[in-house]
Design a protein around this ligand. Structure first.
Ligand code: ZN
Ligand code: ZN
Length: 416
């Protein structure tokens, strides 16, 4: 039975860049392997959600996996929590967390508290948070768990009666502004109580963090202390049919960041950890691609997520983006001969992160599909302009799984 290898270059698509003589990073990057696939295969442009909708990585991935984000997206927190290994269940409320720095007046001076923490510091942070969670649990009769992730990031999980995800964030999203109060977003007792619980959590956490030994050390070393916890992305787990039931396929995922891993876990992909693959700029693409290709022996669909293209888009750095695309191309070329000839390869992006905009836009993104019996077209390279000439035309994110399942022979006939 045919199989599929789906590669997403997160935020890989772009707009014409002046310093690249009005070409895009994908058009400029030297990527002979990917261009060969575009040349031999079928191309398209894709709107991840709908024309003009600016996708988050979470909503775009849900759509690409065949789950309508308008139905299934109920906040980012649950995916982050699942991706960090928290055992989130229906009814639980989860939030993303950042450790940050506030001055004596409660003004946020660093939303990431310097971003980097040593393993010892993280241990201390986790101990403090455990105490805070215990205290809040006692006061409100709910279960509350903090899990630290990479750098300044983490997740918070709330379990119990009468809680709601319909609460605001305390993150002002900009430095120089005071920390906000968490407010209920609806007039419901559950939302009011949840806001109260979370405000108490924030208060207790900053009280204990301010006194923490590691923060004294950080101050001596000239580093910003982590003395506030910023909460956002409150959400509940959507009730979804696992991908193996929805499409009758066994699916595996290779991803570096908690958000995408969490989506994979919630949809019941087998999520595989690769050492030195954490969604950072020095990700080991060779290791990720060789793991993905090994997985193709046992799965119908293997999904590989490439994060740093998006990070360089947010940084406004076209050359950083080009470099990642070229490294991905070399990593794919190295394993290409090991990919069986019954495998369909699809490469696309979850949205554009144009270097000029430094954020996600609702632009169409290029897509290629390569594999046995795929119709070829005039598109000879993978990029925004060439793919617009592709035989598959314009597709939506929600079409992707159906296009792949059609070629894999996994779809029932519609009608007689
Ligand atoms: Zn993205
Ligand atoms: Zn992004």
């Amino acid at each position: 039975m045919a199989r599929a290898f789906l590669i997403i270059l997160d935020g890989g698509a772009d707009r014409p860049v002046k310093e690249l003589y009005f070409r895009t990073p994908l058009e400029v990057a030297r990527k002979p392997m990917i261009d060969r696939l575009a040349c031999e295969g079928a191309c398209a442009i894709m709107y991840p959600i709908r024309p003009g909708v600016r996708p988050g990585s979470d909503t775009a991935h849900l759509a690409i996996f065949g789950y309508d984000p308008h139905v299934y997206y109920k906040g980012r927190g649950p995916f982050e929590a699942a991706g960090l290994g928290l055992d989130i269940k229906p009814g639980d409320v989860a939030l993303r967390t950042n450790l940050g720095t506030v001055d004596d007046k409660g003004i946020v001076v660093d939303r990431r508290a310097g971003r980097y923490f040593s393993p010892d510091e993280i241990k201390e942070i986790e101990n403090i948070m455990r105490e805070v969670c215990e205290q809040v649990s006692k006061e409100f009769g709910v279960e509350i768990v903090y899990k630290h992730g990479t750098e300044h990031r983490g997740a918070l999980l709330l379990r119990g009666e009468k809680i709601s995800h319909e609460v605001s964030s305390n993150d002002p999203h900009k430095v120089g502004l005071p920390v906000k109060k968490i407010e209920p977003l609806v007039k419901k007792p559950e939302a009011e109580r949840t806001a109260e619980i979370l405000n108490r959590f924030v208060e207790l956490a900053s009280e204990k963090l301010r006194k923490a030994e590691f923060n004294e050390r950080r101050k001596r070393e000239g580093k910003p202390p982590a003395n506030i916890i910023l909460l956002r992305g409150a959400g509940v787990l959507p009730e979804v049919e696992p991908i193996y039931e929805k499409f009758k396929i066994r699916a595996a995922m290779v991803a570096g960041i908690a958000l995408i891993k969490g989506i994979g876990k919630v949809l019941k992909f087998d999520v595989v950890d690769v050492p030195n693959y954490r969604g950072s700029r020095d990700d080991d693409f060779d290791a990720a691609f060789s793991t993905a290709v090994q997985l193709l022996a046992n799965y119908d669909l293997v999904f590989l997520h490439v994060k740093p293209t998006d990070a360089y888009g947010h940084d406004g750095d076209p050359h950083g983006k080009i470099n990642i695309i070229e490294r991905v191309d070399r990593a794919l070329a190295k394993v290409f001969d090991k990919i069986g000839d019954d495998v369909y390869i699809m490469i696309t992006c979850d949205h554009a992160t144009p270097v000029k905009v430094r954020d996600h836009t609702g632009d169409p993104v290029p897509l290629l599909l390569w594999g046995p019996d795929v119709q070829t077209d005039e598109c000879m390279k993978f990029g925004e302009r060439p793919c617009a000439k592709g035989v598959l035309g314009t597709v939506l994110g929600m079409d992707i799984m159906y296009i792949l399942c059609n070629y894999m022979g996994k779809l029932e006939k519609f009608g007689e």
